[in-house]
Write a protein that binds this ligand. Structure first.
Ligand SMILES: [Zn+2]
Length: 477
């Protein structure tokens, strides 16, 4: 009986896998899309004036909002504009979804996000994301790689996570902290639950960070990047380490804090830095600053921080997030923005293609009903994710042989070995049998704490300002 079921399942995988592969339009020979996207120069001559960006200036909240609305109105078949909440001062936290299926529920189309301007005074990422929006939409008709991205991926772009901080920041301020924090004086990249602090929120939960958490509970993101400034490096988890209580040594004696997915993170960071025009070969930003070989670093090896967003993405949601520092000056003059865009364009586009790596599939019961909220994990990698309400899961993995572990309440746990190849996602559908045998359950699973409810806004005291200063030291990430 078991053998019979297995045969049926294998046949299903073969048929379903083939149909998925057929539905993905690859650019050139197998795997070519990962290495050589054909990027063409932006031609905005045919773009209506309302959709054109100021190429040499920043877009404040009203201009950004008008631009996003105009884009959404002009491209209703390719975009969806939504807000995940409001900042402390009531500004919308806009997200533009770009995809060939912005309003439909698609099966197994991965969700990817780019978040800019988490620190209000680091707005280059905000502007890069506005330009990326324009690039994707203008080039969709004639650029095979752009079309491939939009057909295979749901690309969620949030230009500004800290719109209040941006409005009080000063153009030309390369190294300061004015505008870094939200309107309650809190550093949003220190405001998430932290694995190394027992899963507790690091500080009073802020509306902007809570909005991100709710968003991530609604969508199973698998790949992400947050854009910062003040350095030139692609940084990957973990940012924190058990030794937080030992005050960090400012002499550069920080130790790496590596995840079980270090191979994937190193690949993603290297992929970004080598497709960036300068990051992979840059020296120190300023005399005495850290030099990053290949333009990448483990977050903790640079310096420790608690409550960071990239660790939160990875530990609690299985989303692989990088912290991208895109320039030595946090808030450079607007006339330099075209150069920043040219520096980052290829890296930003190719990074999105990484969502096609690894494994994906659905979890069903024996009647082929999808099982939501099942725990998914790759054996030996500790941090997993949950299935969506269609039973879907994804995981970015490098080529190799892995074991998928699945468990759900009321079902017997399952293990399945599979192979990941370069250039094609592996598809596995898992069928769980009802039962209560718990002998095989994940015995080293880390309990996932509930987020604490948001606190009402409070006035910033001198003490929280001081703790922000020491927690952030005015540094990039
Ligand atoms: Zn930053």
């Amino acid at each position: 009986m078991l053998k019979h079921l297995l045969l049926i399942q294998m046949a299903f995988i073969a048929i379903y896998g083939a149909s998925l592969r057929d539905s993905i339009v690859f650019d050139g020979p197998s795997g070519q899309w990962l290495r050589d996207p054909r990027i063409i120069l932006d031609d905005v001559s045919g773009v209506p004036p309302a959709l054109r960006l100021n190429p040499v200036g920043y877009h404040h909240y009203d201009e950004m909002t008008a631009y996003l609305r105009a884009v959404n109105a002009a491209y209703p078949q390719l975009t969806s504009l939504y807000s995940i909440g409001q900042s402390v001062q009531g500004r919308e936290l806009w997200v533009l979804l770009i995809s060939t299926t912005p309003s439909e529920k698609t099966i197994l189309k991965p969700e990817v996000k780019y978040v800019g301007n988490i620190h209000g005074n680091e707005p280059v990422g905000r502007e890069l994301l506005l330009r990326l929006i324009q690039h994707l939409l203008v080039n969709y008709p004639q650029d095979d790689y752009v079309r491939f991205l939009m057909e295979t991926t749901n690309i969620h772009i949030m230009p500004s996570m800290n719109p209040d901080g941006f409005e009080v920041s000063r153009e030309g301020d390369c190294g300061g902290v004015q505008g870094r924090y939200n309107a309650n004086g809190k550093d949003l990249n220190r405001n998430f639950p932290d694995l190394f602090k027992g899963g507790k929120n690091n500080g009073d939960p802020q509306p902007e960070a809570n909005a991100i958490s709710r968003w991530m509970n609604q969508r199973q993101f698998i790949l992400s990047a947050a854009f910062h400034g003040g350095a030139l490096v692609a940084s990957y988890p973990f940012d924190n380490k058990e030794v937080t209580l030992n005050l960090p040594h400012l002499g550069g004696r920080y130790q790496p804090s590596l995840t079980p997915d270090d191979d994937t993170f190193k690949h993603l960071a290297t992929m970004y830095s080598f497709n960036h025009r300068k990051m992979h070969s840059a020296g120190a930003c300023f005399p005495g600053d850290t030099v990053f070989p290949n333009g990448t670093t483990n977050g903790a090896a640079w310096y420790y921080l608690a409550g960071g967003m990239q660790d939160y993405n990875y530990v609690w949601n299985g989303a692989m997030e990088l912290t991208l520092e895109v320039g030595c000056c946090k808030y450079p003059k607007g006339e330099t923005l075209p150069e920043y865009w040219e520096d980052n364009k290829q890296a930003m586009l190719k990074y999105l293609g990484e969502a096609q790596r690894g494994v994906r599939g659905q979890v069903f019961d024996s009647q082929s009903n999808p099982i939501s909220n099942a725990n998914i994990r790759i054996k030996g990698r500790t941090f997993g994710s949950k299935t969506t309400n269609l039973g879907e899961f994804w995981r970015i993995l490098m080529p190799g042989v892995y074991t998928l572990q699945v468990e759900a309440d009321g079902f017997l746990p399952s293990e399945q070995t599979f192979q990941v190849e370069e250039g094609l996602p592996t598809l596995i559908n898992v069928s769980l049998r009802r039962g209560t045998d718990k002998t095989n359950t994940f015995n080293d699973r880390i309990p996932l704490p509930q987020l604490q409810p948001a606190q009402p806004p409070r006035r910033t005291s001198i003490f929280s300002s001081l703790s922000n200063f020491f927690g952030g030291l005015g540094r990039a990430k």
